[in-house]
Design a protein around this ligand. Structure first.
Ligand SMILES: C[S@@+](CC[C@H](N)C(=O)[O-])C[C@H]1O[C@@H](n2cnc3c(N)ncnc32)[C@H](O)[C@@H]1O
Length: 216
């Protein structure tokens, strides 16, 4: 059998937040690197690898076959809709999609409230964090990972039902440790994007100032 691949920084960080022994769904699995890697390293007990598109699902199946992976099932369909309660899934990874799509996936499923959610938005993390705050999901941990010149945030989230009003800056900073260099770079990217937008919308300037202050 082929030697097992390594995960890149982004997926490795997602993997590090998955509870040991989890029964996992990987939503939007594509190549299925994450569930295969977790299973082959005995980090989880079972995985549903699901995708809305057939081609990525087929590519995921090939990965599982190549590395002779057991305890993995592949399902075609959107979001968490491929699951039933009898699967006893306790953890969902939703990674590599835009923040707005992740928000829709969480909002569209009653199951989401019973799961540990590991979320890695490629864009619009602030939209996702606002949704989480407004809808009673608590951020347990938030970290960042860098791959090349790109920086991503990864959130571990649970539903508590506790809705707390947050300042706008919280949607950009969440629970990041701002003494961490990777987190700093992630926030600097937010600031750069906001500065570009502020050329046509000066109402963003106080927010930019606040974020810069927090980074000092
Ligand atoms: C860029 S890939 C990310 C693959 C992997 N999760 C990662 O982070 O490396 C995004 C995948 O999500 C799938 N996808 C997009 N929207 C989806 C949805 N609503 N439900 C399930 N899968 C979705 C796409 O078909 C695609 O395979």
């Amino acid at each position: 059998m082929e030697r097992l691949f390594s995960l890149d920084n982004r997926l490795k960080t997602c993997a590090s937040l998955v509870p040991y022994g989890a029964r996992l769904v990987d939503v939007g699995t594509d190549h299925a690197y994450l569930p295969v890697w977790l299973l082959k390293n005995n980090r989880i007990s079972y995985a549903v690898a699901s995708d809305i598109n057939q081609k990525p699902l087929d590519s995921g199946r090939l990965t599982a076959e190549k590395y002779q992976t057991e305890n993995i099932e592949f399902r075609l369909g959107p979001g968490l809709e491929t699951l039933s309660r009898s699967d006893n899934i306790d953890t969902a990874v939703i990674a590599g999609m835009g923040g707005e799509i992740i928000r829709e996936i969480i909002g569209g499923s009653k199951l989401a409230k019973n799961l540990t959610l590991i979320l890695q938005p490629m864009t619009k993390s602030e939209v996702l964090i606002k949704y989480l705050c407004d809808n009673g999901f608590d951020i347990i941990t938030q970290v960042c990972a860098g791959t090349g010149s790109k920086y991503y945030t990864i959130l571990k989230v649970k539903y508590t039902g506790d809705v707390r009003k947050k300042d706008k800056s919280f949607f950009y900073l969440g629970k990041l440790d701002l003494s961490d260099e990777t987190c700093k770079k992630f926030v600097q990217n937010h600031i750069k994007n906001l500065e570009n937008k502020s050329k046509g919308d000066s109402s963003l300037l106080p927010l930019i100032k606040e974020l810069k202050e927090k980074l000092k």
